[in-house]
Design a binder for this molecule. Structure first.
Ligand SMILES: Cc1ncc(COP(=O)(O)O)c(C=O)c1O
Length: 442
């Protein structure tokens, strides 16, 4: 559109979140990749596509339909209606999600405390909408933060206060300090959002002892913890996974956010939230927070597509409700890629005495993301130049901080590429970094 074109509205007259970097970030990154389709993308956090299988989608649907009839005793007519008609706001695969959480995570949940959502993104939105009761409410979030969370918070006018991640995944002293600072400013910290397993974008994880201390601190500071766990299954070693916060949560401090985008299919757009907190309503009636979230959901998406839920439900049933069992190939591919990427960085940026640690990177124990730190600011202009002149895409870490301070780091993702593409992408990235270092030195 040209400037001379007549306009009917201006962004300034719309919700203030529109035009905010938190909302434009994803579009910008998509636009760059569309402009340079030949560039190798180490930016996309999408899951590996090689195992996508259209025929399996039909089978999953059939499996779930049979489950309705054979296991739950629905008549064929009832089962048909359940799949094709408007349906229960909280969803129709809640019992299978509860079983999945028991099998894979050792979490015991009442299926009535689960709301099945349109992706984890909707779950985040519902929770933030519910928690934002008034203008003094504030959300704490471990920085760097997933931009989808920041954007959702903007849409419900909930300010996000960063908490340092540090080397432990969450700096508990800073969390306590920030909670107190919020209160000292006359505001109310409602919750702290974090990803204890292979966080997006930092790749950091929190160890079990620290998780326990975090839960104690949440109780002391009267905070809820919003645990977002889309990557937890993709650990690279064969040891036991640490328990989720929710598995350790004996005081109902944790609202657990789940996504099937990485463990089943992103195209189904199904996620969920476990919200077992007891809420006192009018007349002394007490029910789960899940019921309040469902009330909001009924005004946002009405219910999650039962067809999409059935696809997820069928896939769960086919693996005894275990997504650990259902993701062995995927986990192997991500582990292979993560190791390949880290080895490739080590080869291309050897630690030599004359260039001590000019370029550093994280070595996560799983997940999709590696953060590379460089000795110069990494911004959108550099990304554009990288795509145009070097043919490689990555994500500036600045997109995950809620301020405008320069950030000297970029995020690489291993999830949607082959080892060969990683090699090509790293060669190009190394060339860019070497040229940039030389340019700045000269
Ligand atoms: C940390 C985190 N939370 C939530 C989501 C969104 O999940 P969904 O696709 O289920 O909406 C993503 C997607 O990349 C993510 O990285």
């Amino acid at each position: 559109m040209t400037a001379a074109e007549p306009v009917d509205l201006t962004v300034a007259d719309l919700h203030p979140a529109l035009g905010d970097p938190a909302l434009t970030s994803m579009n910008f990154l998509n636009e760059v990749s569309e402009r340079y389709p030949a560039a190798v993308s180490l930016a996309a956090g999408r899951p590996y596509e090689e195992y996508f299988d259209l025929a399996a989608v039909h089978r999953h649907l059939d499996t779930f339909h049979r489950h309705l009839v054979d296991d739950l005793g629905h008549s064929p007519e009832q089962a048909r209606r359940l799949l094709l008609q408007y349906g229960r706001t909280k969803g129709i695969v809640h019992h299978l999600i509860a079983r999945n959480l028991a099998v894979d995570e050792g979490i015991t949940v009442d299926p009535e405390d689960v709301v099945v959502t349109v992706g984890c993104q909707e779950a985040m939105f519902l929770v933030l909408r519910a928690l934002r009761a008034g203008p003094t409410d504030v959300l704490l979030a471990v920085a760097p933060t997933y931009v989808g969370l920041t954007g959702a918070a903007r849409l419900v006018d909930l300010p996000v206060w960063p908490v340092a991640g540090g080397s432990s995944g969450v700096d508990l002293a800073d969390l306590a300090a920030q909670a107190r600072r919020v209160r000292a400013a006359g505001l109310r910290p409602r919750a702290c959002y974090l990803m204890p397993d292979f966080a997006n974008p930092s790749g950091a994880s929190i160890d079990t002892a620290h998780r326990r201390r975090l839960l104690d601190l949440a109780a002391e500071e009267d905070l809820l913890l919003l645990e977002d766990n889309p990557y937890g299954l993709f650990h690279s070693d064969d040891g036991p996974r640490p328990p989720t916060l929710k598995a350790l949560d004996t005081r109902r401090r944790v609202v657990y956010l789940g996504s099937f985008a990485k463990t089943v299919l992103p195209g189904a757009r199904v996620g969920y939230v476990v919200a077992d907190q007891r809420v006192a309503g009018p007349g002394g009636r007490v029910g789960p927070l899940a019921d309040q979230l469902a009330m909001i959901k009924s005004m946002v998406t009405v219910n999650t597509s039962p067809i999409a839920q059935a696809v997820i439900g069928g896939r769960l049933l086919e693996h005894g409700c275990s997504l650990v069992a259902g993701n062995t190939r995927e986990r192997a591919a991500y582990t292979r890629n993560l190791r390949h990427l880290v080895a490739g960085l080590t080869r291309r940026f050897p630690a030599v005495p004359e260039r001590p640690a000019a370029v550093r990177w994280t070595v996560p124990a799983g997940g999709f993301f590696v953060v590379v730190t460089v000795p110069f600011p990494v911004d959108d202009a550099l990304l554009d130049r990288s795509a145009r002149d070097y043919g490689v895409l990555w994500t500036p870490m600045a997109h995950f901080y809620d301020d405008t301070a320069p950030v000297r780091a970029l995020r690489l993702s291993v999830s949607a590429v082959t080892p060969e593409q990683i090699d090509v992408g790293l060669d190009r990235l190394a060339e860019l970094i070497t040229d940039e270092l030389a340019r700045r030195a000269g």
